[in-house]
Design a protein. Sequence first.
Length: 305
Amino acid sequence: MTIELPEPLDTFDLEMPDGAVLRLRRHGNPAGSRLILAHGNGFATDAYYPFWKYLAGDFEILIQDLRNHGQNPLHGSLGHSLRQCSLDHEVAVAAIRDRFGAKPTVGIYHSVSSLAAILQTVDRGMIWDGLVLVDPPLIPSPGHPLHEGCFKFELVLANWAMKRQNRFQDPQELAQLFRETKLMQLWVEGAHDLLARSVLREMDGGWGLCCPRELEATLYTQNAYSGLWDRVPELTDISDRLLFLSADGELEDAPPNTRVGRALRESFGFRVDVLENTTHMLQIERPEAAVASVRRFLEDIGMTA
């Protein structure tokens, strides 16, 4: 099955202060409350359509790719950092409000984009009416039972990213690699092809990664040494507007970072919904279950469609 994306209602390029460009796309119901979505490291938000399509009938959907990812022009290594991505979030939220008007707004951010949202919030304050943080790969502090495993796993990912294949004859070549990857076996039908199309662009007579592997690797490394876990308690002031969606860390061979969701609940008392039988890419493994959690949260914070 081939998954086809709908045409956006609007597309506009937003230039960051350092010259990087974010190409934002508006989908869904313009009359509804606003959801802003972004993706994980090396991915692209178009690939999460199996998840956000279930929200598009009721909500205005703004699709954001992180700098040097997805539909964004390549800006390069300068400014490719978690801190800059957190600043990009702030600029994007303000620009969306200026272009389409003020309305209730919730950010739904997966993995590295959720880390950037955490950093933005603890550094400069909450700019959303609510946040859904999907499986943030936080590294618990030294001494925590999960620290060593999560720290080492992030460096393993950085090493893998540096060595990954970065040129392909066509997107189907990459899609086949995804289908053969053990951690991608739970994905809904058509998601592997959609991801391949979303993270590749034509170049040099073939296809290359939108986000160069070196830039993907640097974000893994930055996260490993970020110390962001120590600032997580600063989120308790907004805990009533915060939902963590977590992978099932009890699955066989689950990497250690999938257990962070439960640790956030145990350590800080945050609201954490664990989706059983899912890995880190839970939004495209059990999209309807993920959407059900999001809708319950939106209702609880008083955000109607």
